[in-house]
Design a protein around this ligand. Structure first.
Ligand code: UDP
Ligand code: MG
Length: 330
């Protein structure tokens, strides 16, 4: 078994002073167990990312780091939100580890799933998603909004892993691929599946927040959902085009039916022409908006500068160092 694989556990923290000492203890125990079982290198660490907390979160991280070199910290200049804090952490550990696992600070994600994630990594997966096995612990409201969210995402054509929060393992090359995505409007759950590579899921039971309050009130949750949908799809624009076309079609049908009725002598004069113009013009206006939208959609895709491809493997006799096959320089 390869014990040289350095594991970094990345934990974004925003005003988590109440829960952080317990989280640290829990992660330390896990890491020590993994190291002594020889499953990860003894240089493995936990990286806490302080997302501009206004409480003593950073002091706690500093204390932890002083007392145990297993803990490291990254402090952002101000609060940038969970996704940005997480990305900052991932990009920091990218060149320092072979395996990285991201999880929340509140111990909602079952730490024991880490073992299975590493197991899958050993089997050759580059990305392992932690997926909630049930939503029993959630209230009806959260459950329904979550279901609605994944449903809409799917309808809009954005690929997400169902019931997966940001608890996941990523290999070094998956992190490198992630760094190729230049977009600023971040929604990691949508981007990570775009990376590709061999991936798998590990089910886990998501518990209650151990201490402190949720940093995701309804307002932030809605903003997160809208961001997720609008950054991954220009399909809403296509729907506008289709709607405009359908409305225009209705006006054509109306005109035909009014002509028929007129021929049969059954129309009220004046009414038909007004209704037809309203539907006809309305349809054309919406259709034009849709067409403009299509172009904006193209700009939207271009401006993200996403990588056109990510290479999984290259099999080539030439190793790129100039040495030809058979003429080994060894
Ligand atoms: N978080 C963060 N920045 C923020 C909000 C949240 O880094 O602006 C972190 C928070 O400390 C936690 C994780 O994101 O580790 C998830 O937040 P929370 O548990 O409050 O969300 P919930 O589980 O209630 O959806
Ligand atoms: Mg939470």
């Amino acid at each position: 078994m390869n014990t040289n694989d350095v594991l970094y556990i990345v934990v974004p923290c925003y005003n988590e002073e109440e829960v952080l000492p317990r989280t640290a203890k829990c992660l330390e125990e896990k890491l020590v167990a993994l190291i002594s079982a020889g499953r990860v290198s003894d240089r493995s660490k936990v990286l806490f990312v302080d997302d501009g907390s206004s409480d003593s979160t950073w002091n706690i991280i500093m204390e932890l780091h002083k007392s145990n070199s297993m803990f490291s910290g990254l402090k952002l200049s101000r609060n940038r939100g969970h996704q940005n804090a997480l990305l900052a952490g991932l990009m920091t550990v990218k060149d320092r580890c072979e395996i990285c696992i991201s999880m929340d600070a509140d111990l909602q994600d079952d730490v024991n799933a880490v073992d299975q994630m590493i197991e899958k990594y050993r089997e050759g997966c580059d990305i392992v998603y932690g997926v909630r096995s049930s939503r029993k612990k959630d209230n009806v409201f959260k459950r329904m909004t979550a279901r609605g969210f994944y449903g809409i995402m799917k309808l809009m054509g954005a690929q997400t892993v169902y019931d997966h929060a940001d608890y996941r393992l990523m290999s070094r090359r998956a992190l490198e691929a992630l760094s190729e995505f230049k977009e600023k409007n971040l929604f990691l759950r949508g981007i990570v599946p775009l990376i590709g590579f061999r991936s798998d899921t590990v089910p886990y039971e998501r518990g209650e927040r151990v201490a402190g309050k949720s940093k995701y009130p309804l307002r932030k949750m809605l903003a997160f959902a809208v961001d997720g949908i609008t950054s991954f799809s220009s399909r809403p624009l296509r729907y506008i085009t289709v709607a405009g076309f359908l409305i225009f079609l209705v006006s054509i049908v109306m005109i035909v039916s009014f002509i028929v009725q007129w021929a049969l002598g059954g129309t009220v004069s004046g009414w038909a022409s007004i209704v037809c113009s309203i539907w006809g013009m309305g349809g054309l206006i919406v259709l034009s908006l849709g067409i403009i939208g299509e172009y904006i959609g193209k700009i939207f895709v271009e401006i993200k500068q996403r990588p056109s491809f990510i290479v999984d493997e290259l099999v080539d006799g030439n190793d790129g160092t100039g040495a030809e096959d058979g003429e080994s320089t060894e």
